[in-house]
Design a protein around this ligand. Structure first.
Ligand code: SF4
Length: 276
């Protein structure tokens, strides 16, 4: 019966892989450079890919809409990092290396470095723009009114704040809460990238256009980026851009769209957890 068990396992893996690809926006049974990048080109991987296709055909697993893969999907697939190696750095090491940082001019006005907060093994991570007044005083991200709203958003998808990890693009408060300048982002963002490397979150929610553009290296509007998953190069984390809670406090009508984004995050989280 070993063959039967193996077949069932393969079917489960195939279905799970298809659900994952579909959630990424891939609406066809894939082959070509993107899928080869996903599965690799070793002999075993080629065989596994062929067998998965056979099982999918046999089980009549249908991926709903038929269409051409988008360039974004192909890029996503090629950039997925599914190697599964252990993180090369820990949060403690990164904090130690950051030290009493004066790598940019934001150091002169801060009270505290706001390094990040939460579960070091989080599957879900939130990235904001930078600390505000309350965060600067307490040294913890998202503790003011916007932070309280973020906590409610997290709880609305059936998670607790302590389940996730929260950080910002810059770790020191910009004066008058202005947008961080390019030289400040350039100095600080490597530490955020190291935190992502240490945590290896499968999903990252970027809060607002500044966080989204700086993390994804894009220049577009938040409106054009939100509502769908992107992939973070190298790490392979799925990135869902949505509105910053501070913006939601100013424009509560945007809460509905934020909720739509967060439902996608919750569904993806549940899909990924089922596949583990
Ligand atoms: S914002 Fe980042 S790079 Fe600039 S001083 Fe603070 S910790 Fe250092």
């Amino acid at each position: 019966m070993a063959g039967e068990e193996e077949r069932e396992k393969l079917v489960r893996e195939a279905v799970s892989a298809l659900q994952y690809l579909k959630a990424l926006g891939c609406d066809y049974i894939p082959d070509g450079p993107g899928i080869r990048a996903l599965f690799g080109e070793g002999a075993q991987m080629v065989e596994a890919r062929e067998r998965m296709k056979e099982v999918v055909a046999e089980e009549k697993v249908v991926v709903e809409t038929v269409g051409e893969p988008t360039a974004a999907t192909a890029t996503s697939l090629q950039s997925l990092n599914l190697e599964g190696e252990r993180p090369s750095v820990t949060l403690e090491e990164i904090r130690e290396r950051l030290g009493d940082c004066a790598r940019c001019k934001l150091s002169s006005g801060r009270q505290n470095i706001v390094f990040g907060d939460g579960n070091p093994n989080a599957v879900l991570m939130f990235v904001g723009e930078g600390p505000g007044k309350d965060e600067d005083i307490q040294g913890i991200p998202f503790v003011g009114r916007a932070g309280q709203l973020l906590t409610k958003i997290i709880e609305a998808i059936d998670m607790k704040r302590e389940d996730v990890y929260i950080a910002n693009i810059v770790k020191c408060r910009p004066p008058e809460n202005r947008v961080p300048e390019p030289d400040e982002v350039k100095a600080c963002i490597p530490f955020l990238m190291d935190q992502i490397e240490a945590i290896r979150p499968q999903i990252i929610v970027t809060l607002g256009g500044v966080a989204t553009n700086n993390l994804l290296g894009t220049k577009g509007s938040l409106g054009s980026a939100r509502g769908r998953f992107h992939t973070l190069d190298h790490f392979g984390s799925l990135v869902m851009p949505t509105y910053h809670p501070a913006y939601l406090l100013r424009d509560p009508a945007k809460k509905r769209e934020t909720w739509e984004d967060m439902k996608k995050v919750r569904d993806m989280y549940n899909t990924l957890m089922k596949g583990e």
